[in-house]
Design a protein around this ligand. Structure first.
Ligand code: ATP
Length: 472
């Protein structure tokens, strides 16, 4: 009988190589080779960015497809082999997990996803959940920590906000940190594809689509529609060979990791939190280029930090003063020997700015120069024209504040997490609920063009030679 199946996979990579999305792509290709039908793009699901076990961006992959029940045992065995062959299991921190379920996605899985976005989930809880669910198969190596991400990824149905990422992969044996992409072409392509975002950090002159690690990701292009991210790929000049490509539907840049407001005393290490409070200690510079201030929420004082990598964002933070009411978004860092529990800020919103009066000395009524004090218990005098005012009459006026209420102050692109919603992403939710709703159709559209998209670098070999010659 033809059934819908969902696979989730996580924790297959390490600091020295691999990427769970690459393994996800290998699994998709394996299923395509068996002519199985897909109902959606594979999903790239980011979970709590503040958990300590992550390799890079805490990403897991979920894949939905149709298959006859009779062949599922054979498919499952082969998918396990793919995980064993490709996961970097020699690394002590790699703990792969693979989950398969049939039919409707259970509400418990959806609930787990929502919790895993901002909390630390216990592995035993997930193993118990998998035991209780009758139609599931799961496989893990070592402790199987990857089961947490794999199960949560299946639970992410992305029925509300979502985005897309087009990922191009190089040969996984390639480990060099640089990816050869012409930066001018990225800037030009960025301008021509308004439905893509975070391609280039104009403030720090940095390409944002390519990573710098030893992993197989050559570049990742993010955007609102699959056609926009594919178009951007077609427009950039890549200067080295590509092995394959994939488009993922994803929860990246949707800000789903801040579902609720926490009270000060509820903070625990590694949570992703949103806390409302009053500034009780104004921002000060901390060695290393960090800026720290303290807020009070429900009688608990909490340090909040804009670390050095957040660059000009620190300037915004320095504008806060005692008494301001703010909403701070960020990850909770555990206390160290030197510092208390601290929120690593991702975003801040001002709820209420305190108004402060500043004292202004009046101008001389005769020559308009500034008056100064004429001495203790005396009036004001003008040094320029010797005018004397018998009384000290200062003017008090409201000091203008650079911060505004109702504005999202977000850390710069180069410091953002995968789930951070860029300020430029402000399309109404309706956009996603109405356009490209036929995911299956859009995915097959991509597959039809995939060979061409994988091979387009071949036409660039001339450019590559010129680029290398100029580099020498
Ligand atoms: P990449 O993004 O490059 O694929 P990664 O940063 O996702 O790597 P992993 O190697 O997958 O890092 O490690 C993350 C681990 O944390 C996985 O085992 C995953 O199951 C687990 N995990 C994910 N979310 C949570 C959570 N909320 N609580 C506890 N564990 C989690």
């Amino acid at each position: 009988m033809l059934q819908t199946w969902h696979i989730g996979v996580d924790d297959t990579d390490s600091q020295s190589g691999m990427c769970t999305t690459f393994l996800g792509t290998i699994i998709v290709d394996f299923l395509l080779k068996h002519s199985l039908e897909f109902l959606d793009f594979p999903k790239l699901i980011r979970l709590n960015p503040n958990i300590p076990y992550k390799t890079r961006g805490n990403g897991a992959v979920a894949i939905t497809f149709m298959a006859h029940e009779e062949i599922i045992d054979d498919l499952w065995k082969e998918i396990i082999s793919l995980v064993k062959e490709n996961a970097d299991i020699n690394d002590p921190h790699t703990d792969p997990g693979l989950v398969l379920i049939k039919g409707e996605i259970p509400s418990e899985f959806q609930e787990l996803y929502r919790e895993a976005l901002y909390q630390v989930i216990h592995l035993d809880l997930v193993k118990q959940l998998l035991k209780e669910h009758p139609s599931e198969k799961h496989f893990y190596i070592k402790e199987g920590r990857g089961l947490i991400g794999a199960t949560a990824a299946i639970g992410a149905i992305l029925s509300q906000d979502y985005t897309y990422e087009f990922i191009a992969y190089r040969n996984p044996k390639e480990k060099k940190p640089e990816r050869l992409i012409d930066p001018t072409s990225v800037i030009n392509a960025d301008k021509k594809t308004p439905l893509t975002f975070n391609n280039y950090d104009y403030e720090h002159n940095q390409i944002m689509i390519s990573p710098h690690g030893p992993d197989p990701v050559f570049c990742g292009i993010r955007g609102e529609t699959s056609s926009a991210v594919i178009r951007m790929w077609e427009l950039i000049d890549i200067l080295e060979p590509i092995q394959t490509t994939m488009v993922f539907r994803t929860n990246q840049h949707t800000q789903v990791h801040f579902p609720k407001i926490f009270l000060g005393y509820e903070l625990k290490p590694y949570l992703s939190v949103k806390v409302r409070g009053f500034v009780v200690k104004k921002p000060y510079d901390y060695p290393g280029g960090h800026v720290i201030f303290t807020i009070k929420s429900s009688n608990t004082s909490i340090d909040c930090a804009a670390y050095e990598p957040t660059k000009r964002f620190r300037k915004i933070i320095r504008e806060l003063i005692e008494g301001d009411e703010v909403l701070v978004f960020g990850g909770v860092r555990p206390a160290s020997t030197k510092n208390p529990v601290t929120i690593n800020i991702e975003e801040i919103q001002v709820i209420k700015l305190i108004s402060i009066q500043e004292k202004i000395t009046p101008k001389c009524p005769i020559c308009k120069a500034s008056l100064t004090s004429a001495g203790r218990n005396q009036g004001l005098k003008c040094k320029k024209c010797s005018y004397i005012s018998p009384k000290k009459k200062y003017i008090y006026q409201q000091k203008s504040r650079k911060l505004r209420t109702g504005v999202r102050y977000v850390i710069p692109v180069c410091a953002q997490r995968h789930l951070t919603k860029p300020v430029t992403r402000n399309l109404p939710l309706q956009f996603h609920l109405s356009s490209e709703i036929n995911f299956k159709h859009a995915f097959y559209d991509f597959l039809k063009r995939r060979t061409m998209l994988n091979n387009r670098n071949i036409h660039r070999s001339g450019t590559y030679n010129t680029y290398m010659k100029n580099k020498k």
